[in-house]
Every structure is written in structure tokens, then in C-alpha cells.
Design a protein. Structure first.
Length: 411
């Protein structure tokens, strides 16, 4: 099987994925980042009454048509405590921000424009215009108005308006459930003491974090030895749990000790493709097992994470009703980049800015796919297309942001 181009592989993967249809109701405090599964309409009108926008005095504008008019203060209206009477000619009500404007008043004279007199009276030092400093009933939204549309991803501002609309729970699409199976006789859990020929398993934690950010829930099936029976048992646990995606870590190739692909095929997986024209990450496996998507990621940590960014993240975001992540950008090469071969390269790099403010990408000298430290210190991946010629320093090159906020770096 020839190597498949990255873009073609991504298209084939995503063309077979559909956003999940199931939904659930969650409490407001648990809805951050979730996607609405229905339109959300207001259950009340906001504000529910004409409200004061300032501290001051509610009065009839005709009673303050010129500077120096004197009015009698007949009561107070504060937030949660409305004045129940009516403002008549020559009268005013002391009012505070957010309080209901009493009947009869059509303007709020701010307190800085009022001179307090003896005998519970005031004198205006400014001529107010009718309607000034009053928030009319329904200015924000009206009962029954659809404020948030189906498909909206909820965040701090949208949760605030949902709460103001008097919703305690929200209808959201269910999250895709991802089963993660790490394979390898050499793996031990973090915190263990590795024996001879053993290493600490790390890939699960990075892939889990990436998947959660893309809207998924995780079923960690732990470390499974290179044994067909135990791999089959892990696959059955994933099937019984009704997961949407199975992600295997390591063993996706076809070497003597790479048993994942053959075991999945024996379990009924339809293999779509594997072996991608990319570096790192060539031995990526994509298939389906019934309704479940299957991604077999390579075992080298950097290869795992690069493939996760390029394939797992977009798959999960589509299943989660989320738009693609905004990772693509352009920077100037900080140093000359050599010509490339037939595989698309993803070079770990740091970002900085030159004196003119241009974004610069500088690749690390060593790019071995087992080296996690420089990945942790990297801001982006420089993308080198297949057969790309040498790129001189100072020319633009495409990058993938590892942390989108680094686009504004001033380093």
C-alpha cells in the first residue's frame, strides 16, 4: 500500500464522520464548552420593568424643564425594593441603579446633577431629557425570544445570558466517548519504578487532554500487553461501553510485535487506510468497527501527538458539533529550511518576533520522534510539504499552532 497524503487521509477520515445526534440536559455549572442541541428562548423579559441605569432621582421631565426647579422627595426605589406610589407634579423619588422606575416618572436625574435642600427637597442643576438613564422593559430580551441558537458553543458570556433567561439546565449534544488503549509489554504507569527494558507510559495523558479539549469524554482502558487475547478483551470492553471512537497507542504497524491492527481486523474492523506520507507519524491506522471509529496512533510520543492534532482532534470536533480548531497560521522562517522528500514534515519550532513585529518560526535542530522535551517547549509545528524546495530564511512558511494563544507572542 502506497503512502497516503495527509490532506487526502484527513478528508477520508472526516467524510465518514457525522456529528452525534444524541443530547442530554446538563446543569448550568456543567455546561461550559458544551454545544446547544436546541434553540434557547428566554423564559422572561429582561429587564422585567423600566429600570434606572444610574443613582439619582426619578421625576417627570416637565418638572425640571429649566435649571433651578425644586422638587419634593416622596420616597425611595432601590434594587429589590420598588416604590409603590406614583410620582406627581413637583415630586421625585430617590432611585438607585437597577431599581424599578416608579409610575409617573419619565427620566432619572443623576445625583451629581441634583442639589439637596432642607425639608426633603432637591433642586436640579441640569435639564434632563425624557427617557434619559432609563433602561426600558425588554431592552435586553423579551419572553419567548430565541437568544441562543442550536449549535452554539457555550462559554462564559453565553452561560450568563442563559442564566438570565431563567434556565437552570440546558439541552446539549452528548459528548463523544473515546476509549484509549495503550499497548506494549515495555510500558509501566507513571509513578512506577521501570524495570529493565521498560519505559513510563506517557501518551495516554496527552491524547486524553487533547480529546477532552475537542469535546470528548475518556474511557481509559489502561496498558494492555502485546497479547492478542488481552487486546481483544480491551476492544470488547470498549464495544460494551458503547464508545464512539477507539484510539490505540502503539502497535499499529505490522511488525512481529505489532498486534493491534491484526487483532482489530479479526474483531471485525474494516481497515480504511494506514501509512501516511508524513513525518513523524507514518504508521497511522484508520478504520471502523461497527459504528465506532478506530484510530491507531504510533507509539513514539511525538508521533502520537502530531497524529492526534491532525486526525483525532478534527474527528472529535466534528462529532462534537464544534468547528475546526484554529491552528493554521503563517510565519517567517528564522533560518533556512532544507529541501524535503516525499513525506510532509512537521518540525517542532519556537516562535518569536523580529524588530518589525513579524512572526518568526525557528525549528529545533533535533526532530527525533521520541523527544518529548522539545515538543513541550515548542509553540508550533512548521509544515514542510512533500518535495518542497529549500526555503531561505525570511520567507513565509505555514505553521500549526500548538497553543493558539502564542500567535500574539512578543518574545
Amino acid at each position: 500500500m502506497s503512502l497516503l497524503a495527509v490532506a487526502a487521509a484527513q478528508e477520508r477520515l472526516l467524510s465518514k464522520a457525522e456529528p452525534l445526534a444524541g443530547s442530554e440536559s446538563v446543569a448550568l455549572h456543567a455546561a461550559d464548552g458544551r454545544v446547544l442541541a436546541d434553540d434557547l428562548a428566554a423564559r422572561l423579559t429582561q429587564p422585567p420593568f423600566d429600570a434606572s441605569a444610574m443613582d439619582g432621582y426619578a421625576l417627570r421631565s416637565s418638572d425640571a424643564a429649566e435649571i433651578g426647579c425644586e422638587l419634593t422627595v416622596i420616597g425611595t426605589s432601590s434594587a429589590g425594593h420598588a416604590f409603590s406610589g406614583t410620582v406627581g407634579q413637583g415630586e421625585t423619588v430617590r432611585i438607585f441603579t437597577g431599581a424599578p422606575v416608579p409610575s409617573g416618572a419619565d427620566v432619572v436625574l443623576i445625583q451629581e446633577d441634583a442639589e439637596r435642600l432642607d425639608g426633603n427637597r432637591i433642586r436640579n442643576t441640569f435639564v434632563p431629557i425624557a427617557g434619559r438613564h432609563i433602561r426600558p422593559r425588554g431592552q435586553d430580551f423579551a419572553e419567548g425570544e430565541v437568544v441562543l441558537k442550536c449549535g452554539t458553543q457555550l462559554d462564559f458570556s453565553r452561560l450568563t445570558v442563559a442564566a438570565a433567561m431563567n434556565h437552570a439546565t440546558l439541552p446539549v449534544y452528548r459528548r463523544p466517548l473515546v476509549a484509549i488503549i495503550a499497548t506494549g509489554d515495555e510500558l509501566v504507569t507513571p509513578g512506577s519504578q521501570p524495570g529493565m527494558a521498560q519505559i513510563v507510559a506517557s501518551n495516554t495523558y496527552g491524547i486524553s487532554a487533547l480529546a477532552r479539549t475537542a469535546g470528548a469524554e475518556i474511557l481509559d482502558l489502561g496498558i494492555v500487553p502485546d497479547d492478542k487475547q488481552q487486546i481483544t478483551a480491551a476492544i470488547e470492553r470498549a464495544r460494551e461501553a458503547g464508545v464512539d471512537v477507539i484510539v490505540t497507542l502503539g502497535g499499529a504497524s505490522v511488525g512481529d510485535h505489532d498486534l493491534v491492527q491484526s487483532t482489530l481486523v479479526e474483531a471485525g474492523m474494516q481497515l480504511d487506510f494506514w501509512r501516511i506520507a508524513m513525518r513523524p507519524g507514518k504508521p497511522l491506522m484508520v478504520g471502523s468497527l461497527g459504528d465506532m471509529h478506530v484510530l491507531g496512533l504510533p507509539g513514539n510520543p511525538v508521533s502520537t501527538l502530531v497524529c492526534g492534532l491532525l486526525f483525532l482532534e478534527p474527528l472529535l470536533r466534528k462529532l462534537s458539533h464544534l468547528p475546526p480548531a484554529r491552528r493554521e497560521a503563517t510565519a517567517l522562517a528564522a533560518a533556512t529550511l532544507p529541501a524535503n522528500d516525499q513525506r510532509q514534515d512537521y518540525l517542532r519550532a519556537r516562535l518569536s518576533r523580529d524588530a518589525e513585529g513579524n512572526l518568526l518560526a525557528e525549528s529545533y535542530g533535533k526532530q527525533d520522534s521520541s523527544m518529548m522535551k522539545i515538543f513541550a517547549h515548542s509553540d508550533c509545528l512548521i509544515v514542510r510539504p512533500p518535495h518542497a524546495p529549500e526555503l531561505p530564511a525570511g520567507l513565509p512558511c505555514p505553521i500549526l499552532l500548538l497553543r493558539p494563544e502564542t500567535l500574539s507572542t512578543d518574545r
